[in-house]
Design a protein around this ligand. Structure first.
Ligand code: PLP
Length: 378
């Protein structure tokens, strides 16, 4: 059977256009963009063009784009970078990606304090809770734009408004946003937002931090040296990577309406085919490419393993937690028990998936659930 890849929240297959932009730039402009000779200047020109294209997709200025190596690096630059310069209180959530949680923890070890807000049972953080958590010494609000586990979109516009009102920098982790949703709709409400190239079809090893120009002086670089990226991220720039990011964002823009109908079809058929299945976050605004399902009476990990034997790639945990067997953090934060959280499986899609795959995926998943239930493996 032809394999089905349904783990796009972990990594999206690279677009052909992104690979070819990477290859072309690697061949034509492999020189160091800081060099003043012709080759270096060609590389610098390509980098400048890629940065301008990325900024256009995010609806910001080119100087507000910092190119990094991944989402985690962008997050560390934002959260650690800001709290190293300004100690105080951080308002964050109990369902952030580990990269944010660890950066906040490191700030706490360095003398900051933190309030961890919990989402409501649908997976959404309340903007009112954010407002009520603000203290006179609050130096940062860090609330993700959308959950990588449930796909639930957070009230970024309202939180941005509150942050502006109180004059507190607002960082939002936007790593799951761009593949199927217009990132500019989110960026405009934040002071800093992190992205990861491999989550939206660019080459691996690329990341972006959007940072409002007024905030730059408040952020301490995490990589120091040659002063690239206007002093915020030293190290020779990945010109070809930046070209790949720009090309991938353009492809996302062209393909962004294709996934929601596939995800909706999958969910509609899934609840018809299997008893005791719940679509988590169904009534909240959700990213169009993520479907988190909970199956009565089975273990999510068991189902993922059995699906794998049938050529289906899905996930029972975010990729960084999978190896440790940790239950989905957002589900426990939503008030569900560990046991409940362990019944969930995340299916996530991209432009590459097809309608035929959705039908096959439902059939195979229904068969696997039936087998596991018959064996009473939970
Ligand atoms: N934030 C979210 C919401 C993610 O889903 C991920 C990766 O899964 C990250 C941050 C980390 O990104 P990266 O793997 O590029 O470091």
């Amino acid at each position: 059977m032809k394999p089905i890849y349904a783990d796009c929240a972990a990594a999206v297959p690279p677009f052909d256009e992104a690979l070819s932009a990477f290859e072309q730039a690697s061949l034509a402009a492999w020189q160091n963009p800081s060099s003043i000779h012709g080759g270096g200047q060609t590389a610098a020109h390509l980098l400048q063009r890629a940065r301008a294209d990325i900024a256009a997709h995010f609806g910001c200025e080119a100087r507000e784009i910092v190119l990094t190596s991944c989402g985690t690096e962008s997050i560390c630059l934002a959260v650690r970078g800001l709290t190293e310069r300004k100690k105080g209180h951080i308002v964050t959530t109990a369902m952030e990606h580990k990269a944010v949680t660890e950066a906040v923890l490191s700030a706490v070890r360095g003398g900051c304090t933190a309030t961890y807000l919990k989402p409501d049972p649908s997976g959404q953080i309340s903007a009112e809770d954010v407002k009520n958590a603000i203290r006179p010494d609050t130096v940062l609000i860090a609330v993700m734009a959308a959950s990588n586990e449930t796909g639930v979109i957070q009230p970024v516009a309202q939180i941005g408004q509150i942050a502006r009102h109180y004059g507190i920098p607002f960082f939002s982790d936007g790593v799951q946003i761009p593949s199927e949703t217009d990132p500019a709709l989110f960026v405009r409400h934040c002071d800093m937002m992190s992205f990861s190239g491999h989550k939206f079809g660019a080459v691996r090893g690329t990341g972006i931090l959007y940072i409002k120009s007024t905030l730059r002086p408040l952020v301490s670089p995490q990589l120091t040296g040659g002063g690239q990226e206007a002093g915020l991220r030293s190290g020779t720039e990945n010109v070809a990577g930046a070209c790949s990011v720009a090309a991938a964002l353009e492809q996302c823009r062209l393909h962004c309406n294709r996934v929601r109908p596939l995800r909706d079809l999958f969910e509609e058929r899934m609840v018809q085919a299997v008893d005791g299945v719940e679509i988590i976050g169904q009534n909240a605004p959700r990213l169009p490419h993520i479907s988190l399902l909970s199956f009565d009476g089975i273990s999510g990990e068991g189902l993922v393993s059995l699906l794998d034997l049938h050529g289906v790639a899905a996930s029972a945990s975010s990729a960084c937690n999978a190896a440790k067997g940790t239950a989905l953090a957002s589900l426990t934060a939503m008030g569900r028990s560990e046991e409940d959280a362990r019944r969930a499986v995340r299916f996530s899609f991209s432009h590459r998936n097809t309608e035929e795959e959705m039908h096959r995926l439902v059939r195979v998943t229904a068969e696997c659930v039936q087998k596991l239930r018959a064996l009473h493996i939970n």
